[in-house]
Every structure is written in structure tokens, then in C-alpha cells.
Write a protein that binds this ligand. Structure first.
Ligand SMILES: Nc1ncnc2c1ncn2[C@@H]1O[C@H](COP(=O)(O)OP(=O)(O)O)[C@@H](O)[C@H]1O
Ligand SMILES: O=C(O)C[C@@H](O)[C@H](O)C(=O)COP(=O)(O)O
Length: 338
């Protein structure tokens, strides 16, 4: 069953809109961030991680972003080029805005947190002038990352991209991606998140992120009611993620597909969502059945939470398939499909 129809014969499988940043993950982890002294630098930013994930799976990826005019901006653009991601619509800021930096704390296998430095963040300078229709219409899908809605002019740029995607029958994917930084208040979050969610074909988020999105229009935190609400507004697929408890996809034909997380030795508790999104969307673009898309996404997510990096450790399709095979051989039907 295909729940979304991707236009064929377009140069890009997906164009991402949102932040490109840098992660500094502690090498001396399993201690408080304040005590870590050595960090490894990785390309970061949830949409950027997803872009790397999809590129490594062989998909053609474009990106709409602003980066800082400094060595960090050069680093991320060169990294994208190395990964085969189109950078023609990534431009430098001109007023000294800085690339977002994320210092992660890996306190224990199960406790992680992220400290984001996002004052005058470069990514929030993306403007409507940089959202070109000729670029947009080359994509089968666009992914809007929720943090892009936190401030103007990025907010209006994202809404313009959404409108152009609608005009060209481009699949709209909304990764809610809530980060408290840069948001003024809960009402603004709900207003702009729900505006995009109402126009999206696929919505991905955690329970908390859906609660924030529908706070003004659909209170309540029952997953089935949440999915039904967004289906009523046109969503084809609603994915609600529950961390180590797994995730469920609710489709607009009334079906639901649950997948348990793959058993893995956790190194950090973040990064799963980016691996999940990239591999799940790859499966959709391949035309796979829903449960197979979920299994692929869940497997990639497990590999990511077992890794030190996010972008750098995005797996190939072969690696994900091998991991799924090993898990099935080792655990039998361990991957319960609920
Ligand atoms: N401890 C874990 N073991 C295995 N897989 C996990 C674990 N934690 C998360 N995942 C996988 O990563 C996915 C996304 O994680 P989640 O924390 O829900 O989203 P995000 O990383 O976006 O906050 C989960 O649905 C699950 O498939
Ligand atoms: O999104 C950011 O700016 C930080 C990410 O680069 C970082 O790797 C992270 O937090 C991943 O988030 P998740 O996949 O949503 O857990």
C-alpha cells in the first residue's frame, strides 16, 4: 500500500530546510559536560544529519540553509559536498551570524543532554528571497525541520517553501524537531507548528512534540486521537516516536504499524531520530511496505544510538540490512511488530 505518491523524474529525491550546525561530542564521556575536556567535532543539526543519512543511502539530496561566513561554515559546506549533497542553495550569512553549536553531554548509557549555543544562529537568517521556485520544483519531497519556524526570517522562508511544495505536488514532510532554544513561548510554537502540520503529508515527532503542536487546537495526548486529528487535516502518515519504547506509524486508511526498537548496546540516547527519519524516508522512496520502512528506520536509529556520532556514523543500506539480519538470527522474532 502506497500512502504518498512521489512525483517521478525530478532531480532531487528530497530538499531539506533547516539548520546545519556542528556537534561537539565528548570523547571522555559518561561524565558531566562540565568535566569533559576532549570533544570530537561532527557536522550536526537534525536536518543536516538526516541529509547525510539519505545521501549515504544513495538518495539525491538538496538543502536550503544559511551558514556562518567562517571556518565552521566552510567545514559544513565541504562536508556536504563530500557526501554528494547539493550545496547550490546554501549561502553564507553577511552580518556575522554564527553556526549553531551543540555540546552534548553523555552522562551515562541512558542519560544524555545537549547544550545548544544558538545566539544569532546563522540558520535562522534563511530568507524568502533564497527560496527559489525553480529549485523547489526539482524535488520529489521537502522536509521542513520545526526549529526553522522559531524565528523570522527563517519562519517565512519555511512557509514559502511549504506553499511552493503544495503548488508543485511535492510531498511535504514535517519533522517537528522541537528544541526550546530560540522560541519565545508555547503559543508561538503551537501556531507555527500546527500551520505546517496542517499542510504536511508526513509528520514525525515524539509525544511531547505533538502535544506542543496541537496545544491550541486539539488537546489530549492519546496517540490514536492525535493521528486521527492530523489525518483529518490531510496527513497521510503520522509517526509518533517513543524513544526506547519504539514507534508507531498511523496511516490515513485507519491502519497502524508499530515497531519495537532493535536491541543494541546504547552509547548515547540522542541521534536515533535522525537515523530513523533518513532510513524510513529512504524506504518510502523505494516504495516499500510501511512496516518495512519502519523496520529500516528503527534499525538505523538503533545503530545511531550505539555510535559516538550522528552524521559521521550514518549507515549504508547494506549495513542496516546486515544489522537487521543479525538481529533476526540472534533474537528470532525479537523485533515484535505490534
Ligand atoms: N535505547 C534505544 N535502543 C534502541 N533504539 C532506540 C533507543 N532509543 C531510541 N531508539 C530508536 O530511535 C528512535 C527515535 O528515538 P526518539 O528518542 O524517539 O527520537 P529523537 O531521537 O528524535 O528524540 C526510536 O523510535 C527508536 O527506534
Ligand atoms: O539537532 C541538533 O542541532 C543536534 C543534533 O546534531 C544532535 O546530534 C542531536 O541532538 C540529534 O537529535 P535526535 O536525532 O533528534 O535525537
Amino acid at each position: 500500500m502506497k500512502y504518498v505518491q512521489f512525483a517521478e523524474n525530478r532531480p532531487f529525491d528530497i530538499i531539506m530546510l533547516g539548520r546545519v550546525a556542528i556537534d561537539f561530542n565528548p570523547v571522555d564521556y559518561y561524565k558531566p559536560l562540565s568535566e569533559s575536556t576532549t570533544f570530537k567535532k561532527y557536522l550536526g543539526g537534525s536536518p543536516a544529519n538526516i541529509a547525510v543519512g539519505m545521501a549515504r543511502l544513495g538518495r539525491k539530496v538538496g538543502f536550503l540553509a544559511k551558514v556562518s561566513k567562517d571556518q565552521f561554515g566552510d567545514f559544513v559546506i565541504n562536508y556536504f559536498k563530500k557526501e554528494g549533497i547539493d550545496t547550490s542553495h546554501i549561502s553564507y550569512c553577511t552580518n556575522g551570524e554564527k553556526l549553531g553549536l551543540t555540546f552534548t553531554e553523555i552522562l551515562s548509557e541512558t542519560e544524555s543532554s545537549i547544550l545548544m549555543y544558538r545566539n544569532e544562529a546563522a540558520d535562522l537568517q534563511l530568507s524568502v528571497d533564497e527560496i527559489e521556485e525553480d529549485y523547489m520544483k526539482q524535488a520529489k519531497a521537502i522536509l521542513i525541520s520545526g526549529t526553522a519556524l522559531a524565528q523570522s526570517p527563517s519562519r517565512e522562508a519555511a512557509l514559502k517553501a511549504m506553499s511552493l511544495a503544495k503548488k508543485h505536488n511535492t510531498v511535504i514532510i514535517f519533522d517537528i524537531d522541537y528544541r526550546p532554544y530560540n522560541w519565545k513561548n508555547a503559543d508561538e510554537i503551537a501556531i507555527y507548528y500546527s500551520m505546517v502540520a496542517m499542510n504536511s503529508d508526513i509528520i514525525l515527532g515524539s509525544r511531547e512534540e505533538f502535544d506542543l503542536t496541537q496545544k491550541l487546537i486539539a488537546p489530549g495526548n492519546n496517540d490514536k486521537d492525535t493521528a486521527a486529528f492530523w489525518h483529518k487535516h490531510g496527513a497521510k502518515i503520522v509517526i509518533i516516536k517513543h524513544g526506547k519504547e519504539g514507534s508507531t506509524a498511523y496511516t490515513n486508511d485507519g491502519n497502524q504499524y508499530g515497531i519495537k526498537p532493535f536491541p543494541v548496546k546504547l552509547l548515547k540516547s540522542f541521534g536515533g531520530g535522525d537515523g530513523y527519519a533518513s532510513a524510513f524516508l529512504y524506504g518510502l522512496l523505494e516504495g516499500w511496505d510501511m512496516i518495512d520502512c519502519l523496520e529500516f528506520g528503527s534499525a538505523s536509529a538503533a545503530l545511531l544510538v550505539a555510535s559516538h556520532a550522528c552524521s559521521e556514523d550514518m549507515p549504508s543500506a547494506a549495513k542496516i540490512q546486515e544489522f537487521i539480519k543479525e538481529c533476526k538470527e540472534k533474537y528470532g522474532d525479537m523485533i515484535a511488530r505490534v
